[in-house]
Design a protein around this ligand. Structure first.
Ligand code: FES
Length: 156
């Protein structure tokens, strides 16, 4: 079985137990700690990353299933000194309070915009329904994502 995983455009070796959750692999083996682990159970969305362009809960994906696939984490978008326009908008709008859920939400937004550049409110809500915010700050978040869509901030 292939031992390589493409992560953020780089080929990485996955010489680990194939049952290891992808979220743990990303955080502990690759030190990509933007991906958070909340419930570890597929219920909170904090661990959302893209696998071949689609949002997945990386706590539920065994590394063995990710081999040979393209994984994209929040680190692929920007960093604190060079935020992606989506990230910048969310910061400017104060879309989050504690930010624990932010990376998962951002990756769900990217997955949505990969498929639909002009989602309506219902489509945005549907795309984010798997991302729980423990601060319950959904109003500003949804308004911010609508602005991201209106302003075409998907492409850098
Ligand atoms: Fe994966 Fe909660 S940590 S869904």
């Amino acid at each position: 079985m292939a031992k390589r995983i493409e992560v953020n455009g780089e080929s990485r070796t996955a010489e680990v137990d194939p049952a290891m959750p992808l979220a743990v692999f990303l955080r502990d083996e690759l030190e990509l700690r933007g991906t958070k682990i909340g419930c570890g159970n597929g219920e909170c969305g904090a661990c959302t990353v893209l696998m071949d362009g689609r949002a997945v809960c990386s706590c539920l994906v065994p590394v063995g299933r990710a081999r040979g696939r393209c994984i994209q984490t929040v680190e692929s978008l920007g960093d604190p000194s060079d935020l992606h326009p989506i990230q910048r908008k969310l910061v400017e709008r104060g879309a989050f309070q504690c930010w624990f859920c932010a990376s998962g939400v951002i990756m769900s937004v990217v997955a949505l915009l990969n498929e639909n550049k002009n989602p309506n409110n219902a489509e945005i809500r549907s795309a984010l329904q798997g991302n729980l915010c423990r601060c319950s700050g959904y109003v500003k978040l949804l308004e911010s994502v609508e602005e991201i869509v209106r302003e075409g901030l998907y492409e850098r």
